[in-house]
Design a binder for this molecule. Structure first.
Ligand SMILES: Cc1cc2nc3c(=O)[nH]c(=O)nc-3n(C[C@H](O)[C@H](O)[C@H](O)COP(=O)(O)OP(=O)(O)OC[C@H]3O[C@@H](n4cnc5c(N)ncnc54)[C@H](O)[C@@H]3O)c2cc1C
Length: 84
């Protein structure tokens, strides 16, 4: 399928020399129901502890841009807590 689609985009004429399919069965997190509410509760509880922020695909979205946003927000939170 990948070859078929790329061949059209990149104008590839020959067949692949080799190909292999990889299955990333746990590659992306799958959030449970009420994930957002659970996360808000976890973050609320973490506020009781000093200098802890959570970020990444397991929390705020699995795409790279969501992970970057999540990491920046965590960094900002730590900076604010440190400045107090
Ligand atoms: C196969 C695949 C393809 C994907 N393709 C896309 C795509 O095309 N576009 C897109 O937007 N997203 C894509 N994603 C999703 C996206 O890449 C991930 O969700 C994102 O990179 C996760 O970022 P993260 O910072 O949460 O975790 P990670 O990028 O996994 O970073 C976690 C880091 O923590 C380190 N670490 C782990 N344990 C410890 C420890 N005990 N001590 C110190 N360090 C530790 C790891 O080495 C790693 O560097 C893809 C994901 C997969 C698996």
């Amino acid at each position: 399928m990948a070859h078929q689609q790329l061949a059209a985009i990149l104008n590839i004429r020959g067949a692949p020399l080799w190909s292999r399919a990889f299955y990333w069965t746990r590659g992306l997190p799958r959030y449970r129901a009420h994930h957002r509410e659970h996360l808000e509760e976890v973050r609320r509880r973490l506020r009781r502890l000093p200098l802890i922020a959570i970020a990444g695909a397991g929390y705020d979205g699995a795409g790279v841009s969501a992970c970057v946003r999540s990491g920046r927000a965590a960094g900002l939170l730590i900076a604010q807590l440190t400045a107090r």
